[in-house]
Structures are given as structure tokens and as C-alpha cells.
Design a protein around this ligand. Structure first.
Ligand SMILES: [Zn+2]
Length: 149
């Protein structure tokens, strides 16, 4: 289990582990296939389009549009203590989709599919393991790697 991501995560530790280091340095990265140009977020080492393992990182603005959202009342393992919460899927401006929690700048009644959002990484660096999640905020919300609520 890869302890750097989230409370419970089954993502294996792979070639894309530099992603965590970029996040620590304040950069949100996706991957771009060097062979066919397909992009992915979160980054993946092996291209979903052409299966090439040759990729490069590129930086994302975090801007996007809300694709869909849902309120979680019955939470999956590891998240029982934080219900209820609202998560959304965002279509990122540079390509790719991401799942993120709604942050404080967007009230529940203001959530609309298609609205512009800013995806903000939240990193808990005071912990021994790096923990990160993403929150969806009003466009223009800036983030800093030292931000931890
Ligand atoms: Zn490819």
C-alpha cells in the first residue's frame, strides 16, 4: 500500500512516484505520453491509448468544470468518521478527470454541474507520511503547499 496518498489507498508504488515529490514542491502534475501525446491525470506511467511506457510530466492549472457530484452518507472504509461529505468529478482544463472534495469556498446550495472550479491540493506535511487530498474551490483560489487545515 502506498502510504503517501490518502487515508486508504491501494495504488501501487510505481514510476509515477515523482508525482508526490512534485506536489511537495507545489506543483500539480499530469502525465503526457511521449509517443501519442495522450494526457492523464492522475499521472500514469503506461499510456491508456497506445500502451507506451514513455511519458513526461506536465503541470496542471487545477482549473476545470464540474462534471458531476454526489453527497456521501455511507462512506467507504477509512472515511466513516467524516460523513456526510460532498465529492465532485472535475473535467480538468488540460485534460483528464479528477475526484475531489468540495472545499469551504463553495456552499452546498451553490454546487451546479458545469460550474467552473479550481482544484486545490491539500497536503498535510506535518505528518510523517505525506497525505494529500483535493478540494474544489471558487475559481481563482490559490494554494500553497504549506496549507493544511
Ligand atoms: Zn500513448
Amino acid at each position: 500500500m502506498f502510504k503517501w496518498f490518502g487515508k486508504v489507498n491501494y495504488t501501487p508504488y510505481t514510476k509515477v512516484s515523482d508525482f508526490a515529490q512534485y506536489l511537495k514542491d507545489g506543483h500539480l502534475m499530469g502525465s503526457r505520453c511521449k509517443k501519442c501525446g495522450a494526457t492523464s491525470f492522475p499521472p500514469r506511467a503506461d499510456c491508456g491509448a497506445c500502451m507506451s511506457g514513455d511519458f513526461e510530466f506536465y503541470e496542471l492549472s487545477g482549473k476545470g468544470k464540474l462534471h458531476t457530484f454526489t453527497k456521501i452518507v455511507a462512506a467507504p472504509t477509512g472515511f466513516e468518521d467524516v460523513t456526510p461529505y460532498i465529492v465532485g468529478v472535475v473535467d480538468l482544463e488540460e485534460g483528464g478527470k479528477a475526484l475531489a472534495w468540495f472545499g469551504d469556498t463553495i456552499p452546498e446550495e451553490g454546487i451546479q454541474i458545469g460550474m467552473e472550479v479550481q482544484m486545490v491540493p491539500r497536503i498535510f506535511e506535518e505528518l510523517e507520511e505525506i497525505k494529500v487530498y483535493y478540494s474544489l474551490e471558487q475559481p481563482g483560489t490559490t494554494w500553497a503547499k504549506t496549507d493544511s487545515r
